[in-house]
Write a protein that binds this ligand. Structure first.
Ligand code: CDP
Ligand code: CDP
Length: 199
């Protein structure tokens, strides 16, 4: 069975948490596409190599680095994510993953709009900037006001770039998680997927 679930939205909206949970529930494979951009950003900065070259030769070791979850890595990711040749270098891998047999969930910014416009299910996960910053702050610590400023700056860059800007696909279902527990958010996504599964 080929079945793609596209999950997009701004930073710390709950995309990864929801995607991992529904992938486990339905037995689908899951790809966190943000990790690709984080690896390109971090590795190109560290080695002083052009991000396009890094994106064209991304290795499993690059994706397994333990420093990809930091705020700095998220910022580096969003800076290389505006480069169209970086995005182009990552398209084939994401599309093949999406069409693998057995079902796939991909989460990112442009899955429903650019990578998989034919996805069987599209979910746009949102939450207020304050709620998202609070969640990220609980993970990384530091100054919460600073985390909020960084989350806002990254959303702004992602929404206003020329190539594949962050926006909901016309046929995406919106899921606002501001006042939802993780269990409630997952239950809504799961109910939606169930209605779209082939009989
Ligand atoms: O993938 P994305 O950046 O959109 O978000 P995430 O990593 O799934 O979630 C960010 C944080 O918010 C995690 O610590 C989740 O446990 C938490 N979260 C939450 O508190 N309530 C939700 N409804 C969803 C996620
Ligand atoms: O987990 P969080 O939502 O904070 O970030 P992420 O999903 O790991 O993405 C990090 C950055 O990579 C984003 O801010 C985007 O600039 C970029 N990205 C993208 O442009 N397209 C994607 N499909 C996924 C991530």
């Amino acid at each position: 069975m080929i079945f793609t679930v596209a999950v997009d939205g701004p930073a710390a909206a709950g995309k990864g948490t929801i995607s991992r949970a529904v992938a486990t529930e339905f037995g689908f494979a899951h790809l966190d596409t943000g990790l690709l951009y984080r690896a390109v950003g971090v590795v190109s900065e560290l080695r002083g190599v052009d991000p396009v070259t890094v994106a064209r030769s991304l290795s499993p070791e690059d994706l397994a680095r333990d420093d990809l979850r930091s705020l700095a890595a998220g910022d580096a990711a969003s800076r290389v994510a505006v480069i169209s040749d970086v995005r182009a270098a990552l398209v084939d891998f994401q599309r093949s993953f999406a069409r693998r047999s057995g079902g796939a969930v991909l989460d990112g910014r442009d899955i429903g709009t650019v990578i998989c416009p034919q996805a069987e299910v599209k979910i746009f996960v949102t939450a207020s900037a304050e709620a998202r910053a609070h969640r990220r702050w609980r993970e990384v610590g530091g100054d919460e006001a600073q985390v909020l400023a960084e989350v806002r700056a990254r959303d702004d860059r992602d929404m206003n770039r020329a190539e594949a800007p962050l926006r909901p696909a016309a046929d995406a279902v919106r899921l606002d998680t501001t006042d939802l527990s993780i269990a409630e958010a997952v239950a809504r996504a799961s109910a939606l997927i169930r209605t779209c599964l082939p009989r």
